[in-house]
Design a protein around this ligand. Structure first.
Ligand SMILES: [Zn+2]
Ligand SMILES: [Zn+2]
Length: 304
């Protein structure tokens, strides 16, 4: 079992760094999508600020039309509690988000949860989160993966070729579960990566091919663009999104991509999601933000 202190999101705590933009990058020509953000946290996860209403008000102020809440799910055994709400806080979270669905007529609010893909808790995700608490959707997000029967966290570690393969396999299992409306930051392996390798290439292809086969969108996560950058053998880069991952993804015409802020502060409710959109457009990726809310609605109507 992974030690709790090995599973911190240490870089989430670093000061925000301004991303210098060139004048051409500041153009909003690429911003052709309506603003739909499906990835939002609250103070309950202990590394975000603000409550549900703060994000709704910020969304209205920033012309966001669809706001999906996806705070980090509690797990029934209380593991990894330093970066998520407790099980006791779950009813209050669900109630607050459901209340917001009627309190803000100008805004479509979706109730979701960001889930670590822990195989023994898939029934909890299905029966408790989607069933009992009537959440609209789940996000698969793998901050740790199973390697030879042990959990290994991405933060504070390096990653071997063998572990990259295990990380990819864990994604395939998550995608194949059919539980998740999309997979958050599938290129989070950029955190422990110390330079691109053939194994990183293979890992990327395995994840993308599973997503294409199951028609599960993969997320370009704008939160990574707001974090500190790192220098490795490839030069200065973002921890994630990884450009090379998305270049590979662009080879697959049928891949669906969603771009999200992954807001941990109300003022980031849209944040620099336009930068993620620009990356998608440069690489001609198929962004499905505009139809994802309707897909989620149809899927729920079918299952309930
Ligand atoms: Zn978070
Ligand atoms: Zn998140």
């Amino acid at each position: 079992m992974l030690r709790p202190d090995a599973y911190n999101y240490e870089d989430l705590m670093t000061p925000r760094q301004a991303m210098p933009l060139t004048p051409s990058e500041m153009s909003t020509d690429y911003n052709i999508l309506s603003r739909k953000n499906y990835h939002t946290h609250t103070r309950l996860c202990k590394h975000a600020s603000g409550w549900v209403d703060d994000y709704c008000q910020a969304a209205l102020a920033q012309n966001v039309s669809v706001l999906g809440f996806s705070d980090h799910t509690p797990l029934p055994d209380g593991r990894w509690l330093s970066v998520r709400m407790t099980l006791e806080e779950l009813p209050g979270y669900a109630a607050a988000v459901h209340q917001a669905q009627t309190a803000y007529p100008g805004l479509t609010v979706l109730a979701g949860m960001e889930c670590e893909h822990v195989p023994e808790y898939l029934d909890f995700f299905r029966e408790t989160l989607l069933g009992q608490f009537e959440l609209d959707y789940l996000v698969g997000a793998l901050h740790a993966y199973l390697y030879r029967g042990e959990w290994v966290g991405l933060y504070g570690n390096t990653i071997t070729d063998d572990q990259l393969a295990a990380y990819a396999d864990h994604h395939v299992a998550a995608i194949n579960s059919g539980l998740y409306a999309f997979i958050a930051h599938p290129d989070l392996f950029g955190v422990p990566l110390r330079g691109w390798t053939p194994a990183a290439d293979a890992c990327s292809r395995t994840i993308v091919e599973a997503a294409v086969a199951c028609q599960v969108p993969l997320e370009i996560n704008a939160y990574g663009l707001r974090k500190k950058m790192v220098v490795d053998s490839d030069g200065c880069r973002h921890l994630y999104p990884l450009r090379r991952f998305w270049e590979i993804a662009a080879e697959y015409d049928d891949l669906q991509v969603v771009v999200n802020s992954d807001a941990h502060l109300p003022e980031d409710v849209w944040g620099n999601t336009d930068d993620a959109i620009r990356l998608a457009q440069e690489l001609r990726l198929r962004v499905v933000n505009d139809s994802l809310d309707e897909d989620i609605r149809i899927r729920n109507a079918y299952h309930r």
